[in-house]
Design a protein around this ligand. Structure first.
Ligand SMILES: NC(=O)c1ccc[n+]([C@@H]2O[C@H](COP(=O)([O-])OP(=O)(O)OC[C@H]3O[C@@H](n4cnc5c(N)ncnc54)[C@H](OP(=O)(O)O)[C@@H]3O)[C@@H](O)[C@H]2O)c1
Length: 179
């Protein structure tokens, strides 16, 4: 951790082999239907180490369709330019990354989980990410919401580990050096 960013930030996400985290309409049935075939993908262990979730409005609205709120005990911050600030007492709404970083520092965040394609891309571009764990699902979707997007520079990654889970899921972790 550095003085200008007193927290670490991680991604733990699943993609199709062609790099999509959801279909264009937000559907993730291709993912959830395979989840039970896989052995423990390590999410519980990962989640135990984080105190704060940061997600985009797209991911937040998808979570609302699950019925149960899966983030009890964690602080949840939602990035959105549109969501009303008082939309949901379980979340804090922030409008941009500058406001987010100030909010996280003010609330003493130590380990942040960044979730949602647009949020991951914004974190990468802003140099806010420390590591990425990507679980690749053996399916090609041909289109959808991408995990990665345009960058104004290359981002070098250091490979940390790869393991093969059940049902042909391949999970790799990469570290990102702070620039
Ligand atoms: N495969 C997986 O493991 C996985 C994981 C997470 C999510 N998902 C799926 O992915 C879909 C959502 O992904 P998504 O790509 O739409 O991304 P997202 O990052 O969840 O949401 C995008 C929205 O977040 C807000 N946002 C993002 N970055 C912002 C920034 N820097 N400043 C201000 N607002 C920002 C914007 O909301 P406004 O338009 O309100 O400004 C933007 O439209 C859902 O279907 C979800 O189920 C899949």
């Amino acid at each position: 951790m550095t003085p200008d960013r007193p927290f670490t930030a991680s991604v733990f996400i699943a993609t199709s082999l062609d790099g999509y985290i959801a279909r264009a309409d937000g559907d993730i049935e291709w993912l959830t239907s395979r989840g039970e075939q896989a052995s423990d993908a390590g999410y519980e262990e990962f989640a135990a180490g984080i105190d704060t979730l940061v997600m985009g409005r797209g991911s937040y609205e998808k979570v609302l369709t699950f019925g149960a709120w899966p983030y009890a005990g964690k602080r949840v911050v939602v990035l959105s330019t549109r969501l009303p600030e008082d939309a949901d007492p379980r979340i804090t709404v922030v409008r941009d990354l500058d406001a987010l970083v100030k909010d996280l520092a003010a609330h003493g965040a130590r380990h942040v989980y960044a979730d949602g394609g647009r949020v991951v891309q914004a974190f990468l571009r802003a140099g806010l990410l420390d590591d990425l764990t990507v679980t690749t699902i053996p399916v090609l979707l041909g289109g959808g919401l991408p995990l990665f997007g345009a960058l104004d520079r290359d981002i070098d990654l250091a490979h940390r580990s790869t393991r093969v889970l059940g049902a042909g899921l391949v999970q790799s972790t990469y570290a990102i050096a702070r620039g």
